[in-house]
Design a protein around this ligand. Structure first.
Ligand SMILES: C[S@@+](CC[C@H](N)C(=O)[O-])C[C@H]1O[C@@H](n2cnc3c(N)ncnc32)[C@H](O)[C@@H]1O
Length: 461
């Protein structure tokens, strides 16, 4: 069990369960559901998010959803694609037990950093000074360090020393612990995660000239001449400045842990194979990876490199993430359980005359739907009967063919004991469709809709 878990599990009494089920049938109120889009949310708490994740939804949305699903304190809220942790943070603040999982180790640290206690804030800057001052000896600069994708090797070594320093001071004093596994990440406290987050921000500052016009994509440096060089003094000052800024931001929203009795668990795991027991979750609020060619590994390339994840381990992670633009060698085929809408979409895509439609694009979409279906089945398995599952999804287009992901998910859900109870659609003004200039030549008037889908777990037959 992670050291920073706050308390033993709140036991669910059977009367609470009865309340839950009663709420389910009579009290669901969808009228207050906020628009999930983060940039439209003007609430104080969101403007102070520690890590503005492109793929994130708003805290206001999670809060309004929690209001609508009416669960008693102590119920367990789960997000299988937790990202920056909007669901886990907002639900924890409301007194729920929370579990968030994500396959990306960098996002586990980002989500964990939000749990730094208000009581620790005054110590953050002094600790940052100690981290910067610690003497770390590294024999020679490592030219294969993934940080060298953007930084010249001595600059990369300065960042690496800071990273080792955080690791040795706050996680593993005896020997450096690579944060690539579930077990290692469980040893990371929110305090340690907070300093990793500050280092991620330093790296984002140093590499900003490599960010492409699509903000989720970052180029790497093609030659030593274009690599970034900076002094130790400059980098240490930047690190302390980031800690000061993050501390100030966090002060407004930090949690007062001493009053709390609920649990938080953040797990490194694949949504296709969850380390949770059947029927152990009371509600899911989540947003699956979009089928809009956001490459979640590239979107966090810099943060992963800061953790020393590059080369083959980066490629492996990239291939495992749902929605990846890579294509695996294991090929899928259209499955009946995915439903009629999915079949119709994939058949139209396969017949499209444009280049690689029947090869790369078909394989890539098959891979996406295969992973989505497996993940939804897992979500259904871990939910208790009657539990709500709230999904935020965005439609997209393959050329002019509409990929109605909301409809596809609703049909998929039907075959795994999840039934639609409500759907709310919002216009999404910023989407990957808008960002992809090439897509405009196929259709000029595409509408991008963000849908909030409410499903409920039915008893299995
Ligand atoms: C749309 S984002 C979620 C954003 C989140 N709602 C927030 O507010 O930050 C989807 C997340 O799914 C994660 N992901 C992609 N494939 C996954 C998989 N197979 N298993 C677990 N997580 C995965 C990505 O790393 C990404 O953080």
């Amino acid at each position: 069990m992670a050291r920073w878990r706050l308390r033993s599990k709140v036991e669910f009494r059977s009367e609470s369960l009865t309340t839950l089920l009663r709420c389910e049938k009579t009290l669901l109120d969808y009228s207050q559901i906020a628009n999930p889009k983060r940039h439209l949310d003007l609430s104080q708490s969101d403007s102070r998010k520690l890590f503005p994740y492109y793929a994130g939804f708003s805290s206001a949305f999670v809060e309004s959803t929690l209001d609508s699903i009416c669960l008693p304190a102590g119920a367990k809220i789960f997000d299988p694609w937790n990202g920056s942790g909007t669901t886990t943070t907002a639900a924890f603040k409301r007194g729920f037990d929370v579990v968030g999982s994500d396959l990306n180790p960098a996002m586990i640290l980002v989500a964990k950093a939000a749990f730094v206690s208000k009581l620790d804030i005054e110590s953050l800057v002094p600790i940052a000074h100690s981290i910067a001052k610690k003497n770390i000896t590294l024999s020679i600069a490592n030219p294969t360090d993934p940080l060298c994708n953007w930084l010249e090797k001595n600059t990369a070594q300065i960042i690496r020393k800071l990273e080792i320093s955080i690791n040795r001071i706050l996680i593993s004093p005896s020997s450096y612990l690579q944060l690539h596994s579930t077990e290692a990440l469980q040893k990371v406290t929110p305090l340690a995660a907070f300093f990793y987050l500050a280092l991620f921000k330093v790296m984002r500052q140093l590499t900003q000239t490599f960010v492409a016009s699509n903000p989720t994509w970052i180029k790497t440096s093609k030659s030593n001449e274009t690599k970034i060089a900076a002094t130790k003094k400059f980098i240490n000052e930047l690190f302390i400045k980031e800690v000061e800024l993050l501390s100030f931001q966090h002060m407004q929203v930090a949690l007062q842990h001493e009053k709390r009795t609920n649990n938080v668990e953040l797990l490194l795991s694949n949504a296709e194979n969850l380390p949770l027991e059947c029927g152990s979750v009371d509600a899911i609020i989540t947003s699956p990876p979009y089928c809009t060619r956001i490459d979640y590994a590239i979107a966090t390339y810099v943060e992963l490199a800061t953790l020393g994840i590059g080369g083959e381990s980066f490629s492996n992670l990239r291939r495992s993430l749902t929605g990846s633009s890579t294509v695996s060698s294991v090929h899928s085929e259209i499955k009946e359980q995915w439903g009629e809408e999915c079949g119709t979409f994939l058949n139209a895509l396969q017949k499209h005359p444009s280049k690689a439609s029947s090869t790369y694009y078909l394989k890539n979409h098959l891979q996406y739907f295969e992973s989505l279906y497996k993940s939804l089945s897992e979500a259904s398995r871990v939910m208790r009967t009657g539990a709500p599952c709230v999904l935020v999804v965005q439609n997209s287009y393959y050329k002019e063919i509409r990929n109605d992901i909301a409809k596809i998910i609703i049909e998929m859900a039907n075959s795994i004991s999840l039934k639609l109870t409500h759907q709310a659609d919002f216009s999404a003004s910023r989407s990957m469709v808008d960002l992809n200039k090439n897509s405009k030549k196929y259709i000029s008037n595409r509408s991008t809709i963000e849908s909030v889908i409410f499903l409920a777990k039915e008893p299995s037959i």
